[in-house]
Write a protein that binds this ligand. Sequence first.
Ligand code: 5GP
Length: 144
Amino acid sequence: MSLDGTYDAGNIFARILRGEMPSVRVFEDDHVLAFMDVFPQARGHTLVIPKHSTARNFLEEAPENVGPLLLGVQRVARAVRAALTPDGIAISQFNGAVSGQTVYHLHFHIIPRWEGVPLGRHGEGMADVEELKGLAEQIAAKIA
Ligand code: 5GP
């Protein structure tokens, strides 16, 4: 899919938001939902999505939604840091298939990084759900 297109309300993140698909939730407020990436590139890989949005990518998002969304990303990233004490954190967001986007509901990746631990491949290798639940609990406990 290119940068152009129409929002598909059947996309996996929309279904997670509606509770039609399971997810390991970390945090939510009026604006954002954070949950564990089920094909994590690193331990603690968390996704943050806007709850009231039909933006397929960042460029399409209504300007008034950007502030609350990024505040949510920062809040969750701080909790990831406090919970897992990584050496660094990559925050990424892809727009269009050629950039690496595979799910067409706007989302940000929060990916903790540790010295000497290579980044896993994007969207490969399903995580153990019980392990994700433990990580989600640790991160949720540090939301400030
Ligand atoms: P994108 O490639 O669009 O930037 O990122 C999509 C992300 O969603 C990938 O990191 C992929 O692992 C993750 N993902 C895909 N399907 C599911 C799912 O059903 N549940 C969860 N929690 N993550 C998913």
